[in-house]
Design a binder for this molecule. Structure first.
Ligand code: SF4
Ligand code: SF4
Length: 365
């Protein structure tokens, strides 16, 4: 395992981190998966209150009762669910109890989507204040944030110097939109953890299409995608969701090759993104201002499958999104689009979102 300094926190964390959102039903086995990862050198474990139908924190709690090595735990609180300092305090106490630790090493102000939401987090009596107080009392060690903002907005937040690290969505498809944030983190010496290295499942589902990520004959596409994140300058930890011991071993095997990407490979990837992927949704999340609250990235990601394969694959992906709870029965659907055009103005790929949503609505009518 390779360990890197997490910004100025004094903590050395494993370059591959464990994402706790893919556990199955068997909680004893899930705890065993966590312990195996730790045995193989992973020391950064990431969870959140709602992951795996709200079971993820307790599964880590079970595993942590007899971990083979030292570890750090990261969990979160979201402004939409915990809108003020008191709610954050309760959230922290609840997480501590479920995880079974006396302090949370990395506590995230979760899922900051834009600067407006950031303002709500920082407002007097707001979530940040609650988390800061908990930090002063020793319940939290490091206060960090997680975001889907564009790179320039991530820079604005980092330059306020209120956080010690950032967790951001980053993969081979959407990395140009976050790069400015990574640069800012490097300049200010704060930790950067990446999530979503597999593009919301798109990369493993289309191994042939994404074969260009691999640099070595016996490397899998998943390993190539993970190594891509871990190899970027300024990135501390590349998180990967793990649900089985086989997945843990595959992810750790990523490190059998050096964490570098040749200049030719980097150029090839950039060209692919600019030319071949210009019709694909990169899941960058810039279009999340829909007045009808349609989850555009989820649907456009499913539409990618229609472009890359067929309607059946798209259907399967939607079924998976439902099963994962990312699309719920009470959510709005493509049929609710009022064609206001807001999303198309924001789309980094300049995709015909309205047309695609209409097509999907027709298909599922
Ligand atoms: S055009 Fe449709 S999907 Fe796009 S923001 Fe407006 S209502 Fe939402
Ligand atoms: S639709 Fe456009 S803006 Fe929205 S996630 Fe996809 S690429 Fe990004």
């Amino acid at each position: 395992m390779i360990y890197r300094d997490y910004g100025a926190t004094g903590k050395k964390v494993s370059v591959i981190g464990f994402g706790g959102m893919r556990f199955g039903e068997d909680e004893d086995y899930a705890a065993e998966v966590v312990r195996r990862a730790n045995e193989l050198g992973i020391n950064y474990f990431d969870t959140a209150p709602v992951y795996c139908n709200d079971r993820s924190e307790s599964i880590f709690g079970k595993a942590f009762k007899k971990m083979p090595k030292e570890f750090y735990i990261s969990t979160k609180s979201m402004v939409s669910k915990d809108p003020d300092a008191d709610a954050v305090r309760k959230r922290i106490e609840n997480s501590l109890q479920r995880i079974g630790v006396d302090k949370i090493n990395f506590f995230h102000m979760w899922c900051i989507m834009d600067l407006e939401q950031y303002k709500k987090v920082m407002a007097p009596g707001g979530p940040y204040e609650g988390a800061l107080k908990a930090k002063e009392e020793g319940l939290i060690e490091h206060l960090v944030f997680s975001t889907h903002c564009k790179g320039e907005d991530i820079r604005t937040i980092i330059e306020d110097k209120v956080f010690e690290g950032v967790l951001l969505g980053y993969n081979v498809m959407n990395h140009p939109f976050r790069q400015e944030g990574v640069r800012a983190a490097l300049e200010h010496n704060i930790g950067v953890v990446t999530m979503n290295p597999l593009g919301g499942g798109l990369i493993p589902q289309h191994k042939e299409y994404f074969d260009f990520i691999r640099q070595h004959e016996d490397e899998t596409v998943i390993q190539g995608a993970l190594r891509f994140n871990a190899a970027q300058e300024g990135i501390t930890v590349a998180l990967a969701g793990m649900g089985t011991i086989e997945e843990v071993e595959e992810n750790i095997n990523t490190l059998k090759y050096p964490l570098t990407f040749s200049q030719e490979k980097t150029q090839e990837i950039q060209e692919k993104i600019i030319h071949d992927m210009d019709s694909l949704c990169t899941t960058c999340q810039y279009c999340t201002k829909c007045p009808k609250k349609i989850n555009i990235p989820n649907y456009l990601q499913a539409y990618n499958l229609l472009l890359l394969k067929d309607a059946e694959e798209m259907q399967k992906h939607i079924a998976w999104l439902k099963q994962e709870g990312r699309i719920k029965a009470n959510h709005t659907t493509p049929a609710d689009c009022i064609e206001c055009g807001k999303c198309e103005e924001l789309c980094t790929q300049k995709l015909p979102i309205i047309k695609r949503l209409k097509e999907m609505a027709e298909l599922y009518r």
